[in-house]
Design a protein around this ligand. Structure first.
Ligand code: MG
Length: 414
């Protein structure tokens, strides 16, 4: 292409020629390289289809009059979902069905939008959800002095030529740019170029519209693109896209279960959930015998698949004699944090005929939350008896079950 000087925002507010701008959003591809089993333009990005995000950027832009999506005939149901956010939107045209190639799809869009008689047309990839307000305006402005414009960024990586996994040469990157979209054109010029290409070069597929205009000998202006204006192609692009929109990173959820029993013995209190509760009996234990904290500790260790409480605090080790059990849970929670995990929930059920748990529930939540360094709202304490059945029913001891739910950063992005 014949690039003029880069002209990002320099000609803001100088447009006089292009009053009516249409945008053709090309979304007819069936690419699944980004993973999943539906075309990537319909995949969810932080809960919203990518195409919905792309369309919104243009529908919200005050200098865009018409937005026309080009889709695949077999994706009508997916499109209906993606466009449901814009029902009744005056700027959004009904989609047209694309062709076998990108070029054919753009041509279909250009012909369909003719009845609206636009002066300018922007051609945009449906899987580029982040064209900035500035860039869209700059692309329209560029048409004041040019028949076509392309947003591009200078190539910063060293370029190599390779064959069969070996370098066969390096490429001088001077003057090399990576082309983005939206590319902008005077409507009549681009329509004529497409019609000419179809009739004069029927077998040739141009990779984008700027190169098609270049083939016609028309000057195409290069406008500074945006680094965030990425095209979502491979799974890693979803991670980057989530970062751009500030969405929480994808997570994996894992759970762990814990169970503990201690027998009653002589004494005057029990420790439960980190709370000292006066009682007619004590518990027989190497540590303080807190079944709720022991079960919770094992649940957290289970979720991170790192042994059990006996692995980390062997009963044979005198260091843990009479130990306060909040240290065990604090250690397990720290192990989870070092793996990047967050304890999202600890659900504990204490099984005992006595003592009564209800009056101490809130104090237990606070003590456990403190030990695990999480919010008390994430701690659940439940209590039940065993209806006088079995060893618990005979008041020979007490038991606790716990389930921990942990959120891990996803290593597999999809
Ligand atoms: Mg125990």
């Amino acid at each position: 292409m014949q690039g003029k000087a880069l002209n990002g925002v320099s000609r803001f507010n100088t447009v006089t020629t292009c009053n009516k701008t249409a945008v053709i959003v090309v979304a007819a591809g069936n690419g699944v390289r980004a993973g999943g089993d539906i075309p990537k333009q319909y995949r969810l990005l932080a809960g919203t289809p990518i195409l919905t995000r792309t369309l919104a950027r243009f529908l919200d832009h005050p200098r865009v009059a018409i937005v026309l999506p080009v889709i695949s005939d077999i994706d009508r149901a997916l499109y209906a979902v993606a466009a449901s956010a814009f029902i009744g939107h005056a700027k959004l045209s009904d989609p047209v069905v694309g062709g076998a190639t990108r070029q054919a799809s753009v041509r279909a869009g250009l012909e369909a939008v003719a009845r609206s008689e636009p002066d300018a047309v922007l051609i945009h990839d449906g899987v580029r959800p982040f064209p900035s307000h500035r860039l869209i305006a700059a692309m329209i402005d560029a048409l004041a002095e040019s028949e076509g414009a392309v947003p591009a960024l200078a190539v910063s990586d060293t370029l190599i030529r390779a064959a069969e996994a070996r370098i066969v040469g390096t490429v001088d990157r001077t003057g090399l740019y990576g082309a983005q979209t939206p590319q902008s054109f005077r409507y009549a010029t681009l329509l004529a170029a497409h019609r000419a290409a179809t009739s004069e070069l029927p077998g040739r597929e141009f990779t984008d519209d700027a190169s098609l205009l270049d083939w016609r000998g028309k000057a195409v202006t290069v406008v500074t693109g945006d680094a965030d204006n990425i095209k979502i192609t491979v799974p890693e692009d979803f991670i980057r896209a989530e970062r751009i929109i500030g969405a929480p990173a994808s997570t994996q959820v894992r759970t762990g279960i814990g169970y503990d029993v201690h027998a009653f013995t002589d004494g005057n209190h029990v420790m439960l959930g980190g709370v000292r509760i006066p009682h007619l009996r004590g518990v027989l234990a190497h540590s303080d015998g807190d079944v709720a904290l022991h079960a919770a500790t094992d649940a957290v260790l289970g979720a991170i698949a790192d042994g059990d409480i006996g692995t980390h605090f062997p009963p044979s080790d005198p260091a843990w004699r009479g130990a306060s059990s909040d240290r065990f849970l604090a250690h397990a929670a720290k192990l989870a944090r070092t793996r990047g995990a967050v304890i999202t929930n600890l659900d504990i059920t204490i099984v005992a005929e006595a003592p009564r748990i209800g009056p101490h529930r809130e104090a237990m939540q606070l003590a456990i939350a403190h030990a695990a360094s999480i919010d008390a709202a994430r701690i659940s304490i439940k209590a039940t008896t065993s209806e006088k059945l079995g060893f618990l029913g005979r008041r020979e001891g007490l038991a606790a079950f716990a389930i921990a739910t942990l959120a891990f950063p996803a290593t597999d992005p999809i």
